[in-house]
Design a protein around this ligand. Structure first.
Ligand SMILES: [Fe+2]
Ligand SMILES: [Fe+2]
Length: 269
């Protein structure tokens, strides 16, 4: 474990009790109410909420700080999420060897990402601090899908059927805790998946520059970094900082193991 600390940011709390949240017999709900996330019908007001600035690994060579991404200017640290194993350079070669297959898979991943955040909105419709940013992320993911689709169309690449994503399945296979703790866990998993996407797009920003896709993947890298930070920041609204540390610590170790087992192929994961 590395260093850790907290910083305070001010956010608006505009949350009222609803039948949905009131029916959740979960300690996190009580905890949320204490913090003002789920209010008693009071007028919206601004509160200070602790957001952890987590460094959960002391390893100096992290994905987003690899030489390739550093040269590309894409090494901005993510809020609380530094991956523990770097994607092998051979992965970029595999993508270049079958760019149509990669783009088909990439398009599917963007569409599934949009579906995931829409799914979150459907499950937690009465949580404004979740719904509003998830709408924004859903729009961005759908735009990413449209952008990849446009790249494919320009190259005469026809979309194909979905393939199962063993990486995402592995990370989401765990049973999540019911209620708001489970929401926090899901958000952290989403943050780590986004961080891996950002890391790999960062590699492609340079690796596919020769194919005219450098700027395209640079833009996507920055966008996915923003998503990762947003998911992790939101998780800290339903989990205590210590819980975020513990969850991320275990999750990043697990994710590193999953990535190490992934075959080298022209797929995002
Ligand atoms: Fe995306
Ligand atoms: Fe994303």
């Amino acid at each position: 474990m590395g260093s850790k600390g907290n910083r305070r940011v001010s956010v608006a709390a505009t949350h009222r009790v609803s039948p949905f949240t009131a029916s959740l017999p979960h300690p996190v709900r009580e905890h949320s109410a204490r913090r003002g996330w789920i209010g008693s019908g009071a007028r919206p007001r601004r509160r200070d909420v602790l957001i952890p600035s987590v460094q959960v690994t002391a390893q100096p060579s992290l994905c987003l700080q690899s030489p390739v991404t550093r040269r590309a200017g894409l090494c901005a640290p993510l809020a609380g999420c530094e991956l523990r194993v770097a994607t092998r350079p051979e992965w970029v070669a595999a993508v270049r060897a079958d760019l149509p297959a990669f783009l088909r898979d990439h398009a599917a991943c963007e569409r599934k990402a949009a579906a995931f955040v829409t799914h979150l909105i459907a499950h937690y419709p009465d949580v404004p601090w979740l719904v509003r940013p998830m709408i924004a992320v859903a729009r961005e993911e759908l735009q990413h899908f449209a952008d990849v689709h446009k790249v494919m169309t320009a190259r005469g690449i026809i979309p194909g059927p979905d393939e199962k994503d063993v990486y995402v399945r592995a990370l989401t296979a765990r049973p999540f805790t019911p209620g708001y703790s489970g929401l926090g866990q899901r958000l952290l998993v989403a943050g780590v998946i986004e961080a891996r996407g950002a890391e790999r797009f960062g590699l492609l920003a340079q690796g596919l520059a020769g194919e005219g896709l450098g700027a395209f993947y640079t833009k996507l890298t920055l966008s996915e970094q923003g998503h990762a930070a947003r998911f992790i920041r939101l998780a800290s609204r339903v989990l205590e900082p210590a819980e975020v540390h513990a969850e991320l610590d275990a999750l990043l170790d697990f994710e590193a193991g999953v990535v190490a087992e992934l075959p080298l192929r022209a797929r995002l994961h």
